[in-house]
Design a protein around this ligand. Structure first.
Ligand code: AMP
Length: 293
């Protein structure tokens, strides 16, 4: 059932309790309304809004979740300093036409005694999973909880976090969660830098260097498209070298992988994804592009 424009511009409701969220969704279901979910950690930008707009356009009701999930941060990572801008986020979500902002606190999400985790071995252990141990278990646990709590028809995720999208797709299928996981395009700045809440950490000098990450991915893609499977190792190495030369401190990986299971590829005609993670000063940036447009 489509909603009118005035209905969509109704006040955004902020919900903090799981029971209240369930009640709200149950009432919508009574009315036969479809529900979209957009999980986020807040500090919202155009990348997030693109997901929200997709949901608002396709679904009768849209819930955006804001939860900086402690379980997906390592002990030396930025949980304490992660940008928190809830008031501005809520105002922006109202303008985007979302109906609910679900912003539980840590105790609501993980009450005392909560120990159950969801892990996705294999695809959750490689790449980001190997550099950030426990990261995908934290992500899969919180996302499965959000999907169970909100019970949406569709949940929207950005390809910016490409491996995360793969892990969540696998998890939802394995757990028979009755939800469609929809992957959405990466939103970039004009110079190619993928939008990220963590970009605020970059100094002006680092910000100037940051687009080289995307440029390096484009160069790897061109080399592999021209040279085939035999060119992959050299293209990956040249990509890493270019990123370091651009002023990044460390490259965790530059790799060409199967777009579905992130395994190394043996056939460049099949859908593939080129993924990277690298440190610019104290900020770790990730990015990825398809091998073929
Ligand atoms: P985060 O708040 O960083 O956890 O991201 C929440 C959701 O927004 C995830 O599904 C991300 O993949 C997505 N997202 C973040 N940045 C972008 C971007 N630049 N383009 C598209 N989606 C994005």
């Amino acid at each position: 059932m489509a909603t009118s424009v005035t209905d969509r511009l109704a006040d955004l409701e902020t919900i903090r309790r799981v029971t209240d969220l369930r009640a709200r969704v149950a009432a919508w279901r009574q009315d036969g309304l479809s529900v979209g979910l957009v999980p986020t950690m807040g500090a919202l930008h155009e990348g997030h809004f693109s997901l929200v707009r997709k949901s608002v356009a396709a679904m009768d009701r849209t819930i955006v979740t804001l939860f900086v999930n402690p379980r997906q941060f390592g002990p030396n990572e930025d949980f304490g300093t992660y940008p928190r801008t809830e008031e501005a986020d809520a105002a922006a979500l109202q303008r985007q036409g979302a109906q609910v902002l679900f912003a539980p606190n840590v105790e609501e999400m993980y009450p005392a005694g909560a120990v159950t985790t969801v892990s996705v071995p294999g695809i959750g252990d490689i790449l980001e999973g190997s550099f950030r141990p426990g990261f995908f278990t934290g992500v899969a646990t919180v996302v499965s909880k959000l999907l169970i709590q909100a019970a949406p028809d569709v949940a929207y995720f950005g390809k910016k976090d490409y491996q995360q999208l793969c892990v969540i797709t696998r998890m939802a299928a394995d757990l028979d969660l009755p939800v469609k996981i929809e992957g959405c395009p990466i939103i970039r700045e004009a110079d190619g830098l993928a939008l990220s809440s963590r970009n605020v950490y970059l100094s002006p000098d680092e910000r100037a260097k940051a687009p080289m990450l995307h440029q390096a991915l484009n160069d790897v893609a061109a080399k592999v498209r021209a040279g085939g499977v035999e060119a992959i190792a050299d293209a990956e190495a040249a990509g890493a070298e270019a990123i370091l030369k651009a002023g990044f401190k460390q490259v965790d990986y530059v790799t060409v992988r199967d777009a579905a299971n992130l395994a190394p590829i043996t056939d460049v005609m099949k859908p593939a994804r080129i993924l990277t993670a690298a440190w610019l000063g104290r900020t770790r940036l990730i990015d990825n592009i398809p091998l073929h447009d």
